[in-house]
Design a protein around this ligand. Structure first.
Ligand SMILES: C[S@@+](CC[C@H](N)C(=O)[O-])C[C@H]1O[C@@H](n2cnc3c(N)ncnc32)[C@H](O)[C@@H]1O
Length: 315
């Protein structure tokens, strides 16, 4: 691609995420994504893969494994072939707000086949948090509330595996039947968020377990909490957490995660909020909780929607 040859040296100096996003922009000029009738690319499929597709110059096999795991969970390794195949069959795979590769980096789409909606940047944030709690010996398990197909939780299990951690568990909390109906009497912010009818968001426990198994990551260190957060999270509220990841979209779901879990987040542990900027109701729940509890740790932005903070140790 002309883009690559013209800017090769500058491109190689960019961090991985930026290289992907930049490559996706270059890709925009060369790729046709079918929005209706099939468009069959006139060049071989593989020519669409940027010749500078990021491959980490990592000598550590752990990091190479994690890099591949991230790309696999986000479906980034397969996207060009698959999308061409799909477009040749008249199927449209991504929302219209960006090229598919860029959307996967940012987690800005509703993927048909990826194991997570969370993009590469938010998986990299999880890696940062886990590496940090391991390095700082922050005690506790890791939990994700709102897992959909399980991809982000699978990545958490992969991180523990890669770093040889056998004394921490991954807790995987979901209804496994989609979001609850909004309850505007108690949570007015959720009034217009009726996503219950969306079958797309309802992924069964069996399917999520199968997804863990496909990566060889289903074992006794993974615990599933099936049911509505209001019923399941109180049963684990006394446990100690090193990382809490909240991805339940609604005010109610976010608030239930915060009230049940945050009090037992270890000092120097991390809390990640997936939808802070993307869903105003989620943001309001976080702001309300932080205000009520006097939490003043700085919110750190991950990408267009996600934020996280590290709990400050007591003085
Ligand atoms: C946006 S998806 C999560 C995406 C996921 N973290 C990923 O990696 O792709 C939201 C999930 O939260 C779950 N959920 C939302 N509110 C819930 C609640 N109150 N109780 C149980 N599950 C809930 C839904 O079933 C759905 O699987």
């Amino acid at each position: 691609m002309t883009f690559i040859s013209a800017t090769k040296q500058a491109f190689q100096r960019l961090p991985i995420v930026q290289r992907l996003a930049t490559a996706a922009q270059g890709d925009r000029e060369n790729r046709v994504i079918a929005a209706g009738p099939a468009v069959i690319p006139d060049e071989p499929i593989l020519s669409d893969i940027p010749s500078e597709w990021p491959s980490p110059s990592l000598s550590d096999p752990k990091l190479l494994y994690l890099d591949l795991l991230k790309k696999s969970l986000t479906f980034m390794t397969y996207a060009p072939n698959f999308l061409d195949l799909a477009s040749a069959n008249g199927i449209r795979l991504v929302c219209p707000d960006g090229p598919e590769l860029h959307a996967r980096v940012e987690g800005h789409d509703f993927p048909f086949v990826a194991d997570t909606m969370v993009g590469l940047k938010r998986l990299e944030n999880l890696q940062f948090c886990v590496e940090s709690v391991l390095a700082q010996r922050v005690p506790g398990d890791l939990i994700e509330c709102g897992v959909w197909r399980g991809g982000a939780s699978i990545f958490l299990r992969g991180l523990l595996k890669a770093f040889g951690v056998t004394d921490r568990r991954i807790w995987v909390a979901d209804s496994f039947q989609g979001l609850p109906a909004p309850n505007p009497q108690i949570y007015p912010a959720d009034e217009k968020l009726n996503w219950q009818p969306l079958e797309y968001l309802a992924v069964s426990l069996e399917q999520v377990q199968l997804n863990f198994q496909r990566y060889g990551l289903l074992d006794k260190q993974v615990r599933f909490l099936k049911g509505w957060f209001c019923d399941t999270l109180p049963t684990v509220s006394g446990r100690q957490w090193a990382l809490i990841r909240l991805d339940g979209d609604l005010y109610q779901s976010t608030m239930e995660g915060l009230t049940n879990l945050y009090p037992s987040l270890s000092p120097r542990g991390y809390i990640v909020i997936d939808d802070y900027y993307g869903i105003p109701a989620c943001r309001q729940a976080v702001d309300d909780y932080r205000k009520a509890q006097g939490i003043s740790e700085e919110l750190v932005r991950i990408d267009w929607t996600g934020v996280f903070w590290q709990r400050r140790p007591p003085d």
